[in-house]
Design a protein around this ligand. Structure first.
Ligand code: ADP
Length: 327
């Protein structure tokens, strides 16, 4: 089991490419048994709001308070921003950041959730959400696919035992960046809502569009199989403004989600792993994202692999940083 943090209450941060994630214990005085953990997130460009929140919630007092000797409070922090913004934390908040490796933190966070929080892992397929029973003797090895601004793919073989196998720069940041440009959406949640109302087949080219229904039937191809995301746009006279933002959003979400799921499947196959856990804020508890990932993994693996999702999926790094207080 991962070591529990010290008895004093704590705050840890994960400052990523897009979001700042905070995990803290509910009250000064409790440990982190999972029951009293709290979560908060801020856009990285709103660092000041994050500072205000930490002050308003009295979270610095939790980590030892103002030291009379003038010594600064130290917070565990991971993510690239922990380096980039260390000076801001010191100047504006008077705290030092103890910087932790991002992959170490993500893996510790995932292992903590999986081994200490009942019901943290679940599948989401065919409209059904089912808990996955993980016990320490059936947990390892697994593939961890963390979908943030970019995507990191790790093989985890034990507590603190892992290897970052690969990753891709075409991730949540790419999708949301394109979504902002193409749909004018202002927030990620607005984007997800738009996609919910849209129809991706307005822009996507499917096998039927190319072969015609009859040929598809003859060759046993599924008529709705995606042949080319956004592929229909090329042969159309329509301009960007002629498309509904909802349909563009839906096309973007399915294109990126299926692509990341397919890469996850390929990596899992190469490594001979059958269980793939997905984390990162990209998922954001969004049903159709999880459904599409599950469908893709099941389809490509011919039901030999399982996509598993995690509660608090966006906070793996911050959770791992919190756990490191116990090291
Ligand atoms: P990072 O550590 O790189 O910031 P995250 O795991 O926090 O990565 O995921 C960031 C991605 O999650 C974004 O690129 C976007 O796809 C999605 N996302 C979820 N919620 C938000 C949000 N409130 N604002 C921006 N992006 C969000």
């Amino acid at each position: 089991l991962p070591r529990q943090p010290a008895a004093s209450p704590l705050l840890a941060l994960d400052i990523g490419g897009t979001l700042i994630k905070l995990v803290y214990t509910a009250s000064c005085g409790g440990g982190a048994d999972g029951a009293d953990l709290r979560f908060a997130k801020f856009e990285r460009r709103r660092l000041q709001e994050c500072f205000d929140f930490i002050r308003a919630e009295g979270l610095l007092a939790c980590n030892g308070g103002t030291r009379p000797g003038g010594e600064n409070v130290t917070l565990k922090a991971t993510g690239g921003g922990a380096y980039k913004f260390a000076d801001d934390f010191l100047e504006k908040l008077g705290v030092c950041l103890d910087k932790l490796d991002e992959m170490d933190s993500v893996v510790s966070g995932a292992n903590f959730l999986l081994q200490n929080i009942p019901g943290a892992a679940f599948t989401h397929m065919n409209g059904q959400r089912n808990p996955v029973d993980v016990s320490p003797n059936n947990l390892f090895p697994y593939l961890l696919v963390n979908i943030g601004s970019g995507v990191s793919i790790l093989k985890v073989t034990g507590n603190k035992k892992f290897e970052r196998v690969t990753g891709t720069h075409i991730g949540g940041g790419t999708m949301f960046g394109l979504a902002k440009l193409l749909t004018g959406c202002k927030s990620y949640d607005e984007f997800l809502q738009l996609s919910q109302k849209g129809d991706n087949f307005v822009l996507d080219l499917i096998v039927k569009d190319i072969c015609g229904e009859l040929v598809c039937q003859k060759q046993g191809l599924s008529t709705s199989t995606l042949a080319s995301s956004f592929g229909k746009v090329i042969t159309s006279e329509k301009k960007l403004t002629d498309y509904k933002p909802e349909d563009i959003a839906s096309t973007l979400l399915s294109a990126f989600t299926y692509n990341i799921a397919q890469i996850a499947f390929l990596v899992a196959s190469l490594l001979g792993l059958r269980r793939v856990f997905f984390g990162g804020s990209y998922i954001r508890g969004h049903k159709s994202t999880m459904e599409n990932i599950s469908y893709a993994i099941d389809f490509w693996s011919q039901s030999q692999m399982q996509a598993v999702f995690l509660r608090h999926e966006g906070y793996l790094g911050a959770l791992g940083a919190l756990m490191s207080y116990g090291d």
